[in-house]
Write a protein that binds this ligand. Structure first.
Ligand code: FES
Ligand code: FES
Length: 192
């Protein structure tokens, strides 16, 4: 049994402690915004914030996540109003979108610790792979998000989501994972 805080909510996950956090989030909590790409730490699709640090959740076990504060793409900004999200939309830096959640989390962590990063610092902090090749637009978007964070620019709000992320999770019929049980996660897709 692993206890942690996910998107501000205390949870207990009943899975083997060696299970990657990625599967705890996706299979036990149905937080499928965090993506499974390579599973070996290469692509960055699974990046989440752990105690504020952008880490690849496929490489972190549930035991290692014990007691820690996890933020996934669903919890970063329920209104999609984070400057990185706004800038990615404004710069059209999204194609298929599979890599996007991991990139958003890595960029958000970067701007949290360094609101005015250089191009080199952005490239170093966000080495995430994108098979669609959005990198040039991604760079522009993160630079623009930095200006928003510094209040040197504003971006018109992106449209509000028409469904609550927690409700969306509950809609997905993928929660029947044998041996996986979440307590205290009713708002994010509690196991029956
Ligand atoms: S799925 Fe974790 S780095 Fe690729
Ligand atoms: S937008 Fe398709 S993988 Fe990046």
């Amino acid at each position: 049994m692993t206890q942690m805080t996910v998107n501000g909510q205390p949870v207990r996950i009943d899975m083997d402690g060696e299970t990657p956090l990625l599967w705890g989030l996706r299979d036990a909590m149905n937080l499928t915004g965090t993506k499974y790409g390579c599973g070996v730490g290469d692509c960055g699709a699974c990046v989440v914030l752990i105690d504020g640090e952008a880490l690849r959740s496929c490489l972190v076990t549930l035991d290692e996540a014990e007691g820690r504060e996890i933020v996934t793409i669903e919890g970063l900004s329920p209104t999609r109003g984070h400057p990185v999200q706004q800038a990615l939309v404004a710069e059209q830096a999204i194609q298929c979108g599979f890599c996007t959640p991991g990139i958003v989390m890595a960029a958000a962590a970067l701007l949290q610790r360094n609101p005015d990063p250089t191009d080199a610092q952005i490239r170093e902090a966000i080495p995430n792979l994108c098979r669609c090749g959005v990198h040039p637009r991604l760079l522009r978007a993160v630079e623009r998000a930095a200006r928003v964070v510094q209040r040197r620019e504003s971006i018109a709000a992106v449209p509000a989501p028409d469904i609550d992320p927690a409700e969306a999770a509950l809609e997905v019929p993928a929660l029947r994972v044998e041996g996986a049980r979440v307590e205290g996660a009713a708002e994010t897709g509690e196991q029956p």
